[in-house]
Design a protein. Structure first.
Ligand code: INI
Length: 154
């Protein structure tokens, strides 16, 4: 018989750590709102959610890794907004964040979800922060719940 594991998209009893950057707070606060709303709609109580603010996207990985390493969280959600039009070092910020967050997954074994917008323009970021392209924070929260459940079942 084939054993098949499918994660449920429900908060369950897991705790969720959210790391969110203040840079482009106009956007990231919307991602945070979307993530919290999604977790709550899927059964999370306030006590299951911790939020950590950091200055910019570059600081997300170090805080996310510390949260993940506590062993307390079923998943960690990383939220930020890197917008090319606003920086001459977009590529440096982008690479640091992508690599940093990805590595946490392998170093800690805790699902650490990439909910950082990387956009060419502010308009593209607005579209993904609760307008016509949905809310990337809610998408990240959905992934976090599914992965927390999958990892619990394996
Ligand atoms: N941080 C962001 O989160 N988004 C950006 O678009 C951005 N830009 O444009 O540079 C940005 N820079 C700050 C960076 O993340 C660090 O906070 C800073 O370099 C200090 O380490």
């Amino acid at each position: 018989m084939i054993q098949e594991i499918n994660g449920q998209i429900t908060a369950g009893k897991s705790k969720y750590g959210i790391v969110v950057s203040r840079f482009n707070e106009f956007i990231t606060s919307k991602l945070l709102g979307g993530a919290i709303d999604c977790l709550q709609r899927h059964g999370a109580a306030d006590e299951q959610i911790s939020v950590v603010w950091v200055p910019g996207a570059c600081e997300i990985p170090i805080a996310a890794k510390k949260l993940a390493a506590t062993g307390t969280y079923g998943a960690v959600i990383c939220l930020g907004a890197v917008i090319r039009g606003q920086t001459g070092h977009y590529d440096a910020v982008f690479q640091q964040v992508v690599r940093g967050i990805g590595q946490i997954n392998y170093d800690t074994g805790v699902p650490t979800v990439f909910g950082v917008l990387t956009c060419e323009t502010l308009e593209q970021a607005v579209e993904r922060a609760g307008t016509k392209m949905g809310n990337a924070g809610a998408d990240a929260a959905t992934t976090a719940m599914e992965m927390a459940d999958v990892m619990g079942q394996i």
